[in-house]
Design a protein around this ligand. Structure first.
Ligand code: NAG
Ligand code: NAG
Ligand code: NAG
Ligand code: NAG
Ligand code: NAG
Ligand code: NAG
Length: 240
């Protein structure tokens, strides 16, 4: 902590895009990161515990936040999910619980909250995320119906291994059955037909999403300048 405060964040990967107007906010961003570092215990196994609000949620120029594969728990603060510039949010493989916050910026491109302990419904608000290309919520404890996600750019969807019920909306019936398996109360194409008790979804026309391969690991962010706090604890400042 004394020599380099950021070296205690080996498991957080934060990318900030710095627009000229944001330079003046650099000190408050630094303070927000220090508050986060001080509040979260960090061991060799990763970050442990819950994320306090008013820490990462204050990084209002943040475009991509990856907290994946730590041991974070508790609720996911809505000030993080509603960061105004956020495009990529990856919280997979933690133990977040509670509801998925129903607040996301409209330009969100990727949302991965898979392998956690989220409960409650999938927020209807996700229907408004027209830029979304990937939605991964598999291996949680989500219940209720799947919202009718008529999202033109959605290429990758995984809602498997939850407690979702009802019929699969027609807008999503072009995804493979592996997008929905492990939800015994879910029915309709591409899973088993709904019983007579559950009326089948109306046979409206739908167009299956094109089978474009998903390249999350190769996603590139075109940014003028970035701050990266990467594994190994190094701090890299690229200020153009
Ligand atoms: C994950 O969180 C849930 C709910 O808070 C808790 O019951 C469970 O024990 C936690 N699991 C692990 C592996 O920590
Ligand atoms: C989603 O979009 C609809 C229609 O544009 C709007 O009425 C609704 O308030 C939006 N919901 C949220 C949570 O932004
Ligand atoms: C996801 O859930 C399925 C079904 O419960 C289970 O077989 C699989 O091991 C889980 N994956 C992980 C990484 O926990
Ligand atoms: C889905 O489950 C909820 C309870 O979680 C229940 O109220 C609702 O009626 C169920 N819907 C269907 C279509 O089975
Ligand atoms: C999923 O689809 C594959 C191939 O289309 C099929 O072999 C498999 O039985 C299906 N699984 C379920 C659970 O429907
Ligand atoms: C969804 O996740 C499960 C693991 O829980 C995996 O078996 C399945 O192949 C995934 N489906 C898709 C479409 O990625």
């Amino acid at each position: 902590m004394k020599s380099c405060p950021f070296s205690v964040l080996p498991f957080v990967f934060v990318i900030l895009s710095l627009l000229p107007a944001v330079f003046s906010d650099l000190n408050s961003d630094k303070q927000a990161l220090l508050d986060f570092a001080n509040a979260i215990p960090h061991r060799r196994v990763g970050l442990i515990g819950s994320i306090p609000s008013n820490t990462l949620g204050k990084l209002d120029a943040l475009k991509a936040l990856s907290l994946g594969s730590n041991r974070l728990s508790g609720s996911l603060p809505s000030d993080i999910t509603s960061l105004p510039m956020l495009q990529y949010l990856d919280g997979q493989h933690n133990n977040f619980s509670g509801d998925i916050p129903a607040s996301f910026p409209l330009q969100l491109i990727l949302l991965d909250l898979s392998y956690n302990s989220f409960t409650g419904n999938i927020p209807q608000m996700i229907r408004n995320l027209t830029q979304l290309t990937a939605l991964n919520l598999q291996n949680n404890t989500l219940s209720g119906p799947i919202p009718d996600l008529n999202l033109p750019k959605l290429k990758r969807l995984n809602l498997s291994y939850n407690h979702l019920n009802g019929s699969i909306p027609s807008s999503l019936q072009g995804f493979p059955n592996s997008s929905f398996v492990g939800n015994p109360l879910l029915c309709g194409r591409p899973l088993k037909a709904c019983s007579l008790v559950l009326p089948p979804p109306p046979p409206t026309s739908f167009s299956p999403p094109p089978a474009v391969p998903y390249k999350s690991s190769k996603m590139t962010l075109s940014m003028g300048a970035i701050i990266t706090i990467a594994a190994g604890g190094s701090v890299l400042l690229l200020l153009l």
